[in-house]
Design a protein around this ligand. Structure first.
Ligand code: IMO
Ligand code: MG
Length: 439
């Protein structure tokens, strides 16, 4: 069984939830390996029941929003694994497990890495104090400070929840240190270690029995030829190393993140699916060469009237939008070794007249055909566009490549040629069914 990776190829919000859920149809394990509640992965399930895992209908209009649990876990036959590279906020985790169990109508098969770090109530407060919330426009979920604690080797991990005395002692030590470091912070002063420990230990009762050695579990699964699907959170251009630093998240959102965040080496992963929108969006601060601040940007974003319009799943923030950037996408394909691309929201490009696609950047009169490593340089780059014609037909009912309008086919072909990566999945709507398999 080939292991599959589903990775964000742009600045996040590409539709990884839908694609990951889709390719997990026959999977045994759906695995998250990075990030935390900064991720917002939406799955909209229709009525079809293909594959061995079948489908369950949700009671709230078939829409599921995942932040911590991998999207494949929505298939009743697929277990969810939360890998060591994640940062877990215990209250959100307990809530999300309950929601999933309500939807499935049974116990969720979830495995949580003992090594995963915890987001504690002081982490979001630190984002405010240290300024990352305002300067980087983060999701304010405490992601950066939790990873800081991990690297500083003072973090609390899921395994600490299994030893309440030790949990309280470590929490008390960290909180005392922080109060000493920031004596004027009222929100920090208000935190009481005993109370926090009590509340978290109570909340964790819902998932304490799911905390285990997930690396051993995944290697046993590989040995038994079971199917694994890795679901990346965030994306290449938000990766701590390869993204537009410092306007990035604090984890490894690229293929290497699976090695460090789940303990499964790259040579075990045969299919690497990059998920990209047919245009580009970004939420939060940082350079974005093809951003359109005019009417077209608004048109691509939508008004917010539709659930698929470009407003954040986690924070509700309007997303910045612009044309497809193939310089950035080529870079993501190189870094991740995409074996294929899932191109989503192609339907949004209907009736737009002319479509622009950036194939190079211009910097101080020179043409650049690679993605610069310094975000100040990227901020000065001007996209060089090729123009392709749009199509007038709606794509929402298209279910096969042969039914696509000629210009839509040409748009896809153009992307494949520039990237030298085949587009194997096309999404033309948010529902499971609104998909074209091009394999
Ligand atoms: P999914 O998995 C889009 C962005 C934030 C901010 C920067 C750092 O749904 O694609 P953080 O809270 O992680 O420290 O914020 O990264 N960001 C995302 N943008 N989609 C996401 O996740 C994101 N997770 C973080 O907006 O600019
Ligand atoms: Mg999202």
């Amino acid at each position: 069984m080939p292991a599959i990776a589903v990775l964000g190829a742009q600045w996040g919000d590409e539709g990884k939830g839908k694609i990951s859920h889709l390719v997990s149809e026959n999977a045994d394990y759906s695995v998250r390996f990075n990030g935390g509640t900064n991720a917002g992965h939406t799955v909209f399930v229709g009525n079809s029941a293909n594959g061995k895992n079948g489908h369950e209908k949700s009671k709230n209009g078939n829409e599921f929003k995942f932040h911590l649990i991998p999207s494949g876990a929505l298939h009743p036959g697929c277990a969810g694994v939360l890998g060591n590279g994640m940062v877990l906020e215990p209250f959100s985790l307990a809530k999300e497990i309950k929601e999933l169990e309500d939807a499935l109508g049974k116990d969720a098969k979830i495995f949580i890495s003992e090594r995963a770090h915890l987001i504690l109530p002081y982490h979001p407060i630190l984002e405010g104090i240290e300024g990352s919330k305002s300067e980087l426009d983060t999701t304010a979920k405490g992601i950066g400070p939790a990873y800081q604690d991990k690297v500083a080797r003072r973090g609390l991990r899921a395994v600490d929840l299994l030893n309440p005395t030790q949990f309280l002692a470590k929490l008390q030590r960290n909180l005392d240190q922080l109060k000493g470091l920031y004596p004027h912070s009222k929100p920090l002063a208000d935190l009481d270690a005993q109370k926090i420990a009590r509340e978290i230990l109570t909340a964790s009762e819902r998932f304490r029995d799911k905390i285990t050695n997930t690396t051993a579990l995944l290697h046993k699964a590989l040995k038994a030829d079971q199917q694994l699907v890795f679901e990346g959170a965030q994306a290449c251009l938000l990766d701590i190393d390869f993204g537009t630093y410092p306007y990035v998240t604090s984890s490894h959102a690229t293929i290497g993140g699976i090695g460090v965040g789940a303990g499964v080496p790259p040579n075990r992963i045969q299919r690497v699916i990059g998920v990209a929108k047919a245009f580009t969006s970004r939420v939060g601060s940082g350079p974005f060469p093809t951003e359109d601040l005019g009417e077209m940007g608004q048109r691509l974003r939508g008004t917010g009237a539709n659930p698929w319009d470009e407003f954040g799943t986690t924070t509700g923030r309007p997303r910045r939008c612009g044309w497809l950037d193939l310089v950035a996408l080529k870079y993501a394909a190189d870094i991740n070794g995409f074996t294929e691309l899932a191109l989503v929201k192609l339907d949004i490009l209907s009736e737009l007249g002319e479509l622009k696609v950036a194939t190079a950047y211009e910097l101080d009169g020179e043409i650049l055909d690679y993605f610069p490593s310094h975000c100040d340089v990227l901020a000065r780059c001007k996209p060089v566009y090729e123009t392709l014609p749009s199509w007038s037909e709606s794509l929402r009912d298209c279910r096969s490549l042969s039914k696509l309008p000629k210009n839509a086919k040409n748009y896809v072909k153009f992307i494949e040629q520039v990237l030298d990566v085949p587009v194997t999945i096309l999404s033309v709507g948010r529902a499971f069914e609104e998909t074209i398999s091009a394999r």
